[in-house]
Design a protein. Structure first.
Length: 254
């Protein structure tokens, strides 16, 4: 943690900025010699909703019929094209700052986001990472998969490797921004996973109810993008103040 401003005496405000963006920035306000109030700052929160009625998800019949995958599965497994939760909230939307950071460069975090192969599915289905950040690819299944990044639209290096039961995780780095990097298992061709790779640390993936939080985003005006694998992308102009901001976005069924 590092202090952004303030002296920590009566009437002053001290803002603490986390060294990594997995925790919020904190404002500490003093009254006399004691702390009067502690509050979270520089946080953009919001909800993405879906307009329209999506087609019903379909059971993945080949998965259920596979001798290994069928045993590993818990109940009927369906596609995940539109994950819609409470109040039409849309899951698996990649939210990221697309504009407003011109000229700023960000070091890649030391933390490793993880994408795993579990019961013949990629988990999570949609992951976020920063350019230059190491992504850890695991196989938690007791049988063979392969991980194939066949083609890049942005100049990232494709790869294809086998990953057997008990194999060590494989680290991969994507130096170019690309939304999305698409992973596929050719052993189990229904298996797809997606990584949104951007050049700044301000991104998130919506949960099952369409909610998200971007932490540590400084006050300012930004273009925020909301991208979904089926419903496409919309953008909004957002002003974030020291107290944070809240935004609502809508995508339509396509």
């Amino acid at each position: 943690m590092s202090a952004r401003s303030g002296r920590g005496v009566a009437g002053d405000v001290v803002e603490i900025v986390p060294a990594y963006l997995d925790s919020e920035a904190i404002r500490i306000e003093f009254f006399g010699d004691e702390i009067d109030r502690i509050s979270v700052i520089d946080v953009l929160t919001g909800t993405v909703t879906l307009k329209g009625t999506p087609p019903p998800e379909k059971p993945i019949a080949p998965l259920m019929a596979d001798v290994n995958c069928g045993k590993a599965a818990k109940g009927t497994v369906t596609t995940r094209h539109y994950v819609v939760g409470a109040a039409s909230g849309l899951g698996n939307v990649f939210v990221y700052v697309k504009g407003g950071l011109d000229g700023k460069k960000f070091d890649a975090p030391a933390t490793k986001p993880v994408i795993d192969q579990v019961a013949c599915l990629y988990e999570p289905y949609v992951l976020g990472a920063q350019t230059g950040q190491t992504v850890e690819i695991r196989n938690s299944d007791a049988f063979l998969h392969n991980v194939n990044f066949m083609k890049s639209e942005a100049g990232n290096t494709p790869f294809n490797f086998a990953q057997g039961a008990g194999a060590k995780p494989v680290d991969k780095v994507f130096p170019k921004q690309e939304v999305f990097v698409k992973l596929q298992c050719n052993v189990h061709p229904w298996m797809f996973g997606y990584i949104g790779v951007v050049s700044n640390p301000y991104f998130a993936v919506t949960d099952k109810d369409g909610k998200f939080t971007l932490k540590g985003l400084p006050a300012g005006k930004y273009t925020v993008a909301f991208k979904h694998l089926k419903a496409g992308e919309v953008t909004q102009e957002v002003e974030v103040k020291d107290s944070g901001a809240t935004v609502a976005a809508t995508l339509e069924v396509k």
